[in-house]
Design a protein around this ligand. Structure first.
Ligand SMILES: Cc1cc2nc3c(=O)[nH]c(=O)nc-3n(C[C@H](O)[C@H](O)[C@H](O)COP(=O)(O)O)c2cc1C
Length: 366
């Protein structure tokens, strides 16, 4: 299966299936000297993990990272960094009944048509278990971006169903199981999710990611645009159906006089562009917004066919997320960080000698 590698100068290759013995990745192109230890991965992997609250799947993986190569005495050596996480809580019997069925909303039918064979246990390679390794690789990118450039990448859940936050307070995002930026609404969300789970149905969600502290100049013109690569990276996450940069689809209803961001001595006066112009960072906050579809696996029966073309009724009994967007925040952050680090290294490779250009417009409007 090709296309398991992402990035140009900072490239990751992930491997493994949901119910195989392990998942892993090789991170290639990391500059030497970055301090990395197994502990660094714990925080973000725990944020992505299932089983933390009743609002996510009950599968409970330890997600302990083994660093197999590329790190010596706690520092990256510049050689490929191989990371491995063993699967410890796969229950393949949950999937025996649906092994020959095409679950609507899943990749079962398309993988079957493409490869003529598939690992049905937990969705095999198409499972969001794969995103664990994106988060692990993203930890390295986040750390390098923060250490080297002071760049911070932070995501939050910005919509569940038709509920949106009344206020956005990034300081409270880590204090609740939803990554929700409005603490006052958390009890209402708990009640909403409890009722949803009882009904056996699921719901879609939106995740926003902010990247702050970028210098102007990251990104490449034409085919390597920063916004293009962010959109592709975020779209490659399971269940994503839409990506917006800056004002995104709201731009359709705006006037040019409203959308273009005036530039004054004090800095940009607004940031409808989302921190990117011509595919290159302006130095303002980079804003991405990602739409997740509702979980397809439900207790509610649905019509489908089996691999012999016979009609079947599919009912899912395994462990599933009632809203996949809830655990997606760290995954979106990781994909943004991977793109930014790759672009930063590409910028350094081609334009490292250009130096600081004047005038430098402050990115004062987030
Ligand atoms: C964090 C995360 C968790 C997910 N968990 C589930 C799940 O429990 N049940 C499910 O049906 N789909 C889940 N998905 C979505 C499926 O992996 C995805 O819909 C499926 O592979 C088909 O791919 P597509 O939706 O990208 O076309 C999850 C996605 C993410 C990002």
């Amino acid at each position: 299966m090709a296309s398991n590698t992402f990035g140009k100068l900072f490239a990751i290759t992930t491997f493994g299936e949901s119910h195989g013995p392990a998942i892993g990745c090789v991170v290639d192109g990391c500059p030497p000297g970055l301090a990395i230890a197994p502990d660094d991965f714990r925080h973000d992997l725990a944020r992505r993990a299932t089983g933390k609250s009743r609002h996510t799947s009950a599968r409970h993986e330890a997600d302990e990272v083994e660093i197999l190569s590329g790190v010596y005495e706690g520092r990256t050596t510049g050689t490929p960094i191989a990371l491995l996480i063993r699967n410890t809580d796969a229950r393949s019997r949950d999937y025996a009944k649906i092994a020959e069925q095409f679950r609507p909303g899943h990749a079962d039918y398309t993988y079957w048509q493409k490869y003529g064979i598939r690992d049905p246990r937990g969705g095999g390679r198409s499972s969001a278990r794969e995103t664990t390794m994106r988060v692990a690789a993203g930890v390295i990118a986040k750390k390098w971006l923060a250490d080297r450039h002071g760049v911070r990448v932070q995501g939050f859940l910005s919509q569940i169903g038709d509920i949106v936050p009344d206020t956005i307070d990034l300081a409270v995002v880590e204090d609740n199981p939803f990554f929700w930026p409005d603490a006052a609404q958390v009890p209402a969300l708990e009640a909403y999710m409890d009722a949803l789970r009882k009904s056996g149905d699921s719901v879609g969600a939106r995740v926003d990611v902010y990247a702050d502290g970028l210098p102007p100049g990251w990104g490449e013109p034409v085919y390597g645009k920063l916004d293009g690569e962010l959109a592709g990276a975020l779209m490659s996450i399971n269940a994503v159906k839409g990506v917006e940069i800056g004002d995104g689809f709201a731009s359709v209803a705006q006037r040019g006089s409203q959308h273009r961001d005036p530039i004054g001595r004090e800095g940009f006066e607004s940031n409808h562009a989302g921190g990117i112009l011509g595919g290159i960072s302006t130095g303002q906050r980079v804003r991405c917004s990602v739409a997740f579809k509702p979980t397809s696996s439900l207790r509610l029966p649905v019509d489908s066919l089996d691999i012999h073309g016979e009609p079947v009724e599919v009912v899912t009994t395994g462990r599933h997320d009632p809203c996949v967007g809830i655990r997606a925040t760290p995954i979106c952050e990781a994909m943004v960080a991977l793109v930014l680090m790759d672009q930063a290294l590409r910028h350094r490779a081609q334009c490292g000698d250009v130096g600081d250009i004047i005038p430098r417009v402050p990115g004062r409007k987030p």
